[in-house]
Design a protein around this ligand. Structure first.
Ligand code: DAT
Ligand code: MG
Length: 154
């Protein structure tokens, strides 16, 4: 594997309520990404402000915090070659209305404010590491090999 990395992914409260956790996990598993951390949890107001700090002051910020704290989320860390960018591609565009069919948001969402999934921004260098640190302690992340790894990578 040339550039293995870890990325932070979260099924948002709408995805949890709509029963999409299993479907979303399956897509990443089948792609070959490796689950190294998972936490089913409810986000506090404080954590929401930290996680979405870059959007503080924007008109949609209060609604975003209200939404992300409204119910449990499935927070995860996935590992693999170029994982951050690959997950973003599989998620689709921020607005589900602009997301291609076949992407998670393009298959399961219609509205910008209910877009099912979060993934670390590939364009924001270090976002994956920052977000993993925000949600997980080091001892909550697992090191192991998938049995198919020698067939996933050249
Ligand atoms: P992404 O989640 O694709 O990384 P982002 O970081 O720009 O997108 O925004 C974080 C979330 O905020 C996004 O998933 C949905 C919401 N959001 C972004 N822009 C918005 C807008 N113009 N109006 C309402 N909600 C918005
Ligand atoms: Mg973002």
């Amino acid at each position: 594997m040339s550039d293995a990395e870890r990325t932070f992914v979260m099924v948002k409260p709408d995805g949890v309520q709509r029963g999409l956790i299993g479907e979303i996990i399956s897509r990443f598993e089948e792609r070959g990404l490796k689950l190294v951390g998972a936490k089913f949890t409810q986000i506090s107001e404080e954590l929401a402000h930290e996680h979405y700090g870059e959007h503080e002051g924007k008109p949609f910020f209060d609604g975003l915090v209200e939404f992300i704290t409204a119910g449990p989320v499935m927070a995860m860390v996935w590992e693999g070659q170029d994982a951050t960018r690959q997950v973003r591609t599989m998620m689709g565009a921020t607005d589900p209305a602009e997301s291609a069919p076949g992407t998670i948001r393009g298959d399961f969402g219609l509205d910008l404010g209910r877009n099912v999934i979060h993934g670390s921004d590939h364009a924001d260098e270090g976002a994956n590491v920052r977000e993993i640190d925000l949600f997980f302690d080091e001892d909550e992340l697992q090191d192991y090999e998938r049995i198919d790894e020698t067939w996933l990578y050249e």
